[in-house]
Design a protein around this ligand. Structure first.
Ligand code: NI
Length: 136
């Protein structure tokens, strides 16, 4: 019997979306305010979900305190109150879109869990815009 457990976390970060080999005009037209050369912030809401078997002894899929600690250590400590373009090395050459941030969070968290557990990342960049990534 399988169930999905989820932990809601958040972080605040600044970013700028830009494609280096496009002109300034094309970048501004495509990314709009997210291309602001002086950066801008988002209040990111992150939902990390694990799907797996319910342990017959504990009744848990995964310990939520442990999940919270893993997210703090591997994600929040690296992204919270950071300028993603300047402070987080992986985004030096990778546009810090919500899609790419979700993929990077997935890659950081995947090794923390048994491969029998499936992992899904849901990342809200604004209350209305969100991305889901599950490793495909
Ligand atoms: Ni933005």
């Amino acid at each position: 019997m399988k169930a999905t457990v989820s932990r809601h976390a958040h972080f605040n970060a600044a970013h700028r979306l830009n494609v280096a080999n496009w002109t300034d005009e094309k970048n501004e037209e495509y990314f709009g305010p997210c291309n602001n050369s002086n950066f801008h912030g988002h209040n990111y809401e992150l939902i990390v979900s694990l799907t797996g078997d319910i342990d017959p002894h504990t009744g848990y899929v995964f310990d939520m305190k442990e999940l919270s600690d893993i997210i703090k250590l591997n994600v929040e400590s690296r992204l919270d109150h950071k300028n993603l373009n300047l402070d987080v090395p992986i985004f030096k050459d990778l546009n810090p879109s919500a899609e790419n941030i979700s993929k990077i969070i997935y890659d950081w968290l995947r090794p923390c869990f048994n491969s029998k557990l499936s992992l899904k990342i849901k990342l809200y960049e604004t209350p209305r815009n969100f991305v889901e990534y599950g490793g495909q």
